[in-house]
Design a protein around this ligand. Structure first.
Ligand code: FES
Length: 122
């Protein structure tokens, strides 16, 4: 079982299509800003970096969804990304994808990838 330090949250803590922001350092020590979204029956994690300008996409903590909660939205220029695969379907970076993060789901909880270390949100 992964170390509790690497636990992001319990899946039950997320309502459907609700997001959770998290930061970690990867195996090389690089900072990764990321977000987790609960979709129908599973969770997906992506780097919090819009493929258009490589900037953070949220306008406030844990807020990544379009008003209809059907897509991830970039607050900078309004690009829309599918929840299930991070593909941009509207905006200036259409057909580009958010970078996925290989989180682990175990016993109803979501954990960082192996060798990652969680950091506080600043
Ligand atoms: S920076 Fe995200 S749409 Fe432009």
């Amino acid at each position: 079982m992964p170390a509790d330090l690497n636990k992001i949250c319990n899946i039950a803590d997320l309502e459907a299509s609700q997001c959770r922001q998290f930061n970690y350092t990867d195996a090389s020590g690089a900072l990764v800003e990321a977000m987790l979204v609960k979709t129908a029956g599973t969770v997906k994690a992506y780097q919090n970096a819009c493929p258009h300008w490589e900037v953070e996409m949220n306008w406030k903590p844990d807020e990544f969804l379009s008003p209809e909660q059907t897509h991830i939205i970039c607050a900078v220029h309004g690009a829309l990304f599918r929840l299930d695969d991070g593909l941009c379907v509207f905006g200036p970076c259409v057909r580009q994808k958010l970078k996925p993060i290989p989180v682990q789901v175990l016993d109803g909880a979501v954990y960082l990838p192996p060798q990652a270390r969680q950091l506080p949100i600043v």
